[in-house]
Design a binder for this molecule. Structure first.
Ligand SMILES: Cc1ncc(COP(=O)(O)OP(=O)(O)O)c(N)n1
Ligand SMILES: Cc1nc(C(=O)O)sc1CCOP(=O)(O)O
Ligand SMILES: [Mg+2]
Length: 561
């Protein structure tokens, strides 16, 4: 799982036909009451996969089951675990390897050390055959109704860790795995959130050093009665050779949902995460969507007063209210956000000082076509074509030359209807009084957003998937760009191709911020992109490599307005 897959679940059929269905093995226990274990795994993965495709016609997953134990439990107690012999599990695995080799394996209840040792051998073999195999382990230890599922020696689990891509403990499970005290609801003395995060991080680091690639800690058992924070920790290679690795942390937080109907939510969490990773989502997006899926399920049962109700398994989450906040402490948030682009609702764009210019006074509804260009020559060619917005994206030039070109570009666009956005160089955009700045996610951490807002400049931000979109929308930018919609020759976007269906999903999270779609959009694809309802379509090569750029602009403009 270490490298993201280049395909995406929701890619446009025109460019991405006949992808093989992922095959997911679930190695978990059976819960005779049907709320958790293998039943929850199968329901979660089929339900998510079916509704992932907006036309609801494709169940894009094959699920195979290896049952580790036949448990006797109901909503009140766990009576027996009844492990299945490893000989039987091995017989099943051998049959499946020939017939249905796994894309991903979701592991739940392991009933004893024999099963752990059998699994280690199996995963070692499978990972050797297919290094891209995704393995996710939900370390089920205690039943939510009380009672223990297994008495596995923690040392056996440590030996399993190097074969796992993701482990998904809750806080008590993290404590049991690491012998480090985090903070659970059993603690009498409430300590600060900061301290909890530090000790959780330490415990996660211990597991990472033992060989698992990512630790996803579920915060459902924390002392915090107001919020529930889930975090994903992984070690990444550091560019600085002095410190070889650094800890990468993703945090998503939601208001706590109080319901007693959460039986099976841990299994559903790990199954959703596995399915989404197998479908090609990056970890950050799979985590965010899984959290939204869990919030959606927990919310279904709030206020209900039934005798028994397991976690409610729904479809792919699209309702904004279930999506978590992305927690970031590094971005300096300006309070009131950034000025709007003056679009829609008959608002004057405020750009033109020449009151006799008719087109200046027109009230615009849509941003429309958004050329992204790399020279003043292109700017001069495009300005007469009366575009609402153009971006100057200068790369690989000496700083002085960039300074000069930005100054010149601002001059050229003054007294025109064209909004000039400057890519990357926010200080120069402020210095020369450009209309706006476009920043990527990597640029955000280094930019002084307050200075950009105080100077009255508009801000556009690139996003690639729901995690980045949620993060960026907190900044209340003037527009959000979503990319890359299709593969593009202009820039390496491997692993970040959104496709049309995912673009549609992301549009449900826009919160009235104008959306620009970018990446691999040509004349043919512009129609389907515009039909999603985006406010603007940004292109590079569809114009700069067109046989006749004027014709291309006219045609694209007509589609995008
Ligand atoms: C409209 C629009 N969307 C996305 C980008 C990409 O910006 P960024 O991620 O900062 O990458 P570079 O353009 O700097 O390579 C964009 N420029 N414009
Ligand atoms: C500059 C850029 N940013 C992208 C993103 O997804 O953030 S895609 C992209 C390249 C767009 O070029 P073309 O129209 O030639 O495909
Ligand atoms: Mg950039």
């Amino acid at each position: 799982m270490s490298t993201p897959r280049s395909h995406h679940p929701a890619s446009d059929k025109a460019i991405d036909t006949q992808k093989p269905k992922p095959i997911i093995w679930t190695i978990s226990g059976s819960d005779c009451s049907g709320g958790a274990g293998i039943a929850a795994d199968i329901k979660t993965m089929h339900s998510l996969s079916l509704s992932l495709s907006l036309n609801l016609s494709q169940d894009n997953v094959e699920i195979c089951t290896l049952i580790t134990a036949n448990t006797s439990q109901n909503s009140e107690c766990l009576i027996a675990v009844n492990p299945v012999a490893t000989e039987i599990l091995d017989e099943q695995a051998k049959l499946l390897i020939k017939d249905k080799p796994p894309t991903a394996i979701k592991i739940g209840l392991l009933a004893n050390d024999h099963q752990v040792n059998w699994l280690i051998e199996l995963l070692a073999r499978l990972k050797q055959q297919d290094p891209a195999l995704i393995t996710v382990y939900d370390p089920v230890a205690n039943a939510s109704v009380g009672g223990k599922f297994s008495q596995i020696d923690p040392v056996a689990i440590q030996t399993l860790l190097p074969y796992l891509d993701v482990i998904t403990p809750n806080l008590p499970e993290l404590e049991a795995l690491t012998c480090l005290k985090t903070e659970t609801q059993k603690d009498t003395e409430k300590s600060s959130g900061n301290k909890l995060e530090k000790t959780t991080e330490q415990a996660a680091l211990q597991l990472l050093y033992q060989g698992v690639t990512t630790v996803v800690v579920k915060g459902g058992h924390s002392n915090d009665i107001g919020t529930c924070l889930d975090s994903a920790y992984s070690l990444v290679e550091n560019c600085d050779p002095a410190s070889k690795t650094q800890l990468n942390t993703l945090k998503v937080s939601s208001e706590r949902i109080n319901t007693s109907y959460s039986h099976g939510s841990g299994c559903a969490f790990a199954s959703a995460l596995t399915l989404l990773l197998a479908q090609g989502y990056l970890l950050r997006d799979a985590l965010t969507l899984t959290k939204a899926f869990i919030n959606q399920g927990l919310s279904q049962n709030v206020g209900k007063n039934r005798y028994y109700g397991a976690f409610a398994i729904g479809g792919f989450p699209t309702d904004d209210r279930y999506f978590p906040d992305v927690v970031n402490s590094y971005i300096n948030l300006p309070k009131s956000g950034f000025p709007s682009l003056g679009l829609g609702n008959g608002i004057d764009n405020g750009l033109c000082t020449d009151s006799s210019n008719k087109s200046c006074k027109e009230k615009e509804e849509k941003l429309g076509l958004y050329p992204v260009i790399d020279s003043l020559d292109w700017l001069k060619k495009l300005l007469p074509l009366e575009l609402n917005i153009i971006q100057l994206r200068l790369k690989d030039l000496p700083f002085d030359e960039i300074d000069r070109q930005i100054a010149q570009a601002v001059k050229l666009t003054s007294n025109t209807i064209t909004r000039l956005f400057i890519n990357d160089y926010w200080q120069l955009a402020i210095k020369h009084g450009a209309y706006g700045v476009h920043l990527g996610q990597e640029d955000l951490a280094d930019a002084d957003l307050k200075a950009i807002a105080n100077a009255g400049l508009r801000l556009g931000i690139s996003t690639h998937g729901c995690y980045e979109l949620l993060l960026a929308r907190q900044l209340k930018p003037s527009y959000l760009a979503i990319g890359a919609i299709f593969p593009t020759v202009t820039k390496d976007m491997t692993g970040q191709i959104q496709g049309i269906e995912n673009l549609r999903h992301l549009l449900t999270l826009q919160q009235d911020i104008p959306i620009v779609a970018i990446g691999g959009i040509n004349l043919e694809r512009a129609k389907v992109v515009a039909n999603t309802g985006v406010d603007s379509v940004a292109v590079v090569t569809a114009i700069t490599r067109a046989d006749d750029y004027r014709k291309a602009v006219r045609a694209l403009k007509a589609i995008c307005q």
